[in-house]
Write a protein that binds this ligand. Structure first.
Ligand SMILES: N[C@@H](CCC(=O)N[C@@H](CS)C(=O)NCC(=O)O)C(=O)O
Length: 391
């Protein structure tokens, strides 16, 4: 097989992750040097000492403020501002993308609404921050967003060194390849891709798995790397690379946005495990539990047959499991133990439906993507989606 794009073209390598900003340290050093210089001048010595005392007092006050800000939980700050700031993608169909009215739609966007419904009883109390792959972790670490719900793979590095806590896998995925079948007739396996130019987004597990896969199979490839999704999509659509690789769900979403979707086929190989899920910052157990149990509530609701349409009716159910889930059993306190109201699951399901409904509406049969439930079916239906009980 001869590939049209056989030349090495690394278009925009994002490089390593963003570290802490050193410019403040530099500024602080400069200020200190200026103070020391002031201290050397005899006439200003008294003033210098007074200034240092004042700095000490203000510094202590500032530290006090910082300490109280640090001890304010995410739930407190979210409640105070009245909404959840949710980090999403810049626009990936099925997961998080604005519609023509500018409303964010998709499985990840709806998960943000589910958390808002648990916290506020109102799924609309969310603001969305679109983030590229490279920007997403800094946005969560710095507190710019309260929650990252952005087709992000749960890995050990992200769960430890990056200071995040993943709450689970809201979508079990794997990495795949897409080609333009008109341009590459006869290619029906990724193992035929040696020598190909491969479009990929930087700052992703995709980039790393791609290297592993070609190395393991002793094949050559030319990475064509961009930071922004629209750049990768445009390059692939313009035929600047032979192959597009990302999470398989992403390929189906991206295919819909291409000039002629029907020309493109997703190859059968899945080369990695990509458990995609929401993540929060480490160090705030209560918030972690709220987000984690929102996910489990969505699954438990589906398993118990509680839907957006029947949730009000289900409130009168005498089934003890349904009563525990919906907070209708006498002396129910699972919600308040979590830090939300006892009807939190009622509010979640009213806002977005149960997990199955969210799946079908956004990526499944009710969506243009038409992805089968597959391994994302409930464990009771042979899938991997399994939640601990509400009891
Ligand atoms: N799941 C992988 C890949 C996630 C990813 O960022 N994929 C790209 C390509 S589908 C994407 O969603 N881009 C959207 C954007 O940058 O807004 C990861 O967590 O590293």
């Amino acid at each position: 097989m001869r590939f049209v794009n056989g030349r090495q073209r690394i278009v925009n390598d994002a490089g390593p992750g963003v570290g802490p900003n050193g410019s403040c340290i530099h500024k602080r050093k400069k200020i200190r040097a200026a103070w020391e210089a002031g201290g050397a001048c005899k006439a200003e010595k008294g003033l210098w000492v007074m200034k240092h005392i004042a700095i000490g007092i203000f510094g202590a006050a500032a530290l006090g403020l910082m300490a109280s800000a640090a001890s304010a939980t995410t739930l407190d700050t979210v409640k105070q501002k009245g909404f959840i700031q949710c980090g999403v993608s810049t626009g990936l169909a099925g997961f998080s993308a604005p519609n023509d009215k500018g409303e964010w739609q998709g499985l990840d966007a709806d998960f943000c609404r589910a958390v808002a419904a648990a916290v506020f009883g109102d799924g609309s109390k969310v603001k969305f921050t679109p983030l590229s792959a490279k920007e997403r972790f800094t946005a969560l670490q710095s507190g710019e967003v309260d929650l990252l719900s952005r087709n992000t793979t749960w890995t050990i590095n992200r769960d430890t060194a990056l200071g995040l806590n993943f709450v689970g896998a809201t979508y079990y995925d794997g990495q795949g390849f897409m080609i333009n079948a008109k341009k590459l007739p006869g290619v029906n396996s990724a193992l035929q891709l040696s020598g190909a130019a491969v479009c990929v987004q930087s700052g992703t597990t995709t980039e790393l798995n791609l290297a592993d896969y070609f190395k393991k199979n002793k094949m050559e490839y030319n990475p064509v790397v961009f930071e922004k999704l629209e750049e990768v999509n445009a390059a692939y659509d313009a035929g600047r690379c032979d192959v597009y690789t990302t999470d398989q769900s992403g390929l189906y979403g991206i295919r819909l946005t291409l000039a002629s979707p029907a020309d493109h086929v997703v190859l059968p190989e899945i080369i990695s495990k990509e458990p995609l899920g929401p993540a929060v910052r480490q160090g705030d157990d209560q918030w972690y539990h709220i987000v984690k149990w929102t996910y489990f509530a969505l699954l438990n609701a589906e398993e118990a047959g509680i839907t957006q349409a029947n949730v009000d009716e289900m409130k009168t159910s005498t089934d003890p499991n349904v009563q525990r889930i919906l907070g209708t059993e006498p002396d129910s306190k699972f919600g308040t133990d979590l830090g939300v109201s006892n009807d939190w699951v009622v509010n979640i399901v009213k806002a977005v439906g149960n997990y199955g409904e969210m799946f079908e509406r956004n990526v499944g049969s009710g969506s243009p993507l038409k992805i089968a439930r597959g391994i994302n079916a409930l464990w009771t239906k042979g899938g991997l989606q399994y939640a601990p009980p509400i009891r």
